[in-house]
Design a protein around this ligand. Sequence first.
Ligand SMILES: NC(=O)c1ccc[n+]([C@@H]2O[C@H](COP(=O)([O-])OP(=O)(O)OC[C@H]3O[C@@H](n4cnc5c(N)ncnc54)[C@H](O)[C@@H]3O)[C@@H](O)[C@H]2O)c1
Ligand SMILES: [Zn+2]
Length: 361
Amino acid sequence: MRIVKVPLGSRSYEIKIGPGLLDRLGAECARLKLGKRCAIISDTTVARRFGTAARRPLARSDFDVAQITLPAGETAKSLKSVQECYDRLAAHRLDRKSFIVALGGGVVGDLAGFVASTYLRGIAFVQVPTTLLAQVDSSVGGKVGVNLKAGKNLVGAFYQPRLVLCDLDTLATLPRREFAAGLAEVIKYGIISDSALFERLERNLSKLVALEPRMLEAVVALCCKIKAGVVRQDEKEGGPRAILNFGHTIGHALEAISHYGKYLHGEAISIGQVAAARLSAQLLGLRESDVERIADLFRRAGLPTRVSLSASQRKHLFAAMQLDKKVTAGQLKFVLARKIGKVEFGHEVPTRLIMRVLNDA
Ligand SMILES: NC(=O)c1ccc[n+]([C@@H]2O[C@H](COP(=O)([O-])OP(=O)(O)OC[C@H]3O[C@@H](n4cnc5c(N)ncnc54)[C@H](O)[C@@H]3O)[C@@H](O)[C@H]2O)c1
Ligand SMILES: [Zn+2]
């Protein structure tokens, strides 16, 4: 097992990464000295697979456990689900010492974290992420929230968990496509801050895809460490945290114009990162050979690297990018790479260049 610390003063917590950790959930929560009542929030798919495995160790440590199960998928990340959770928590008489366990992917983590941040003005919560994306990204850093009809993640808070428990065994049942989507964030960490990680992925991608235990543990821990380091510098996204959005301006816009139906988030940001690498070559002198290495690694991970858009779709894409949160005073700001392992935020990119890069792709 590896432990990554997220040092945020009184809000500090640990991320524990390894196989078989679900069985220690009760002991870990007991160590945190949390109250006796808790609720596991999960989705139908995850609850079917791991619900009992999570309840059993909690019961063994004398916790009184309620189970709240929501439908699987992004649409459950809504205020309607939040309301349903509040009602269930109240019915189960959870009090201020009680806590919530988020058992599932990023959807469950974001939703359950938001519920925890607001129920009784905030109760403790523990993240038990079961997708690769949630283990390396969404469960770390304290961004919680839900979607509105008008857009994703429009209601939320910064609210840190008390513990993140990444049981690597849970990834064995994750569909290949979901695993690949998580790899898009893993590769991102290499590009934004760790060329050695990038090279390691180039050498050992097949081991990672095969869930080779040592490789998986090392890589998940490294990604958490990188994210923890960024979050530590900038908990509330005032500046440096923006580098985590490499490839996301175009990626988010692609997700939006396809109404969140065509691409998984990881697939959209794979296309976005390759486009951002091409822009980096034009504007920051990233080597063409490195652009090719980047595109190649995403391809090998089974992710899309290009998109063909009609003229009207391109227009929609630009409109969607303008709506993205990273636009200030009407100018699109991008995270661009100087080299693999080093990126910079705040580069203004002329629209015609984005157009050209997307046309070339
Ligand atoms: N808070 C943040 O900082 C942050 C960062 C990135 C993404 N997110 C959010 O995360 C969400 C996406 O998360 P996700 O990709 O984990 O999606 P998800 O939670 O929808 O999970 C994907 C699918 O996999 C299933 N699943 C989960 N674990 C499984 C397992 N072990 N075996 C089999 N099936 C399993 C789920 O039921 C679901 O159908 C988005 O809502 C996004 O906005 C948040
Ligand atoms: Zn992302």
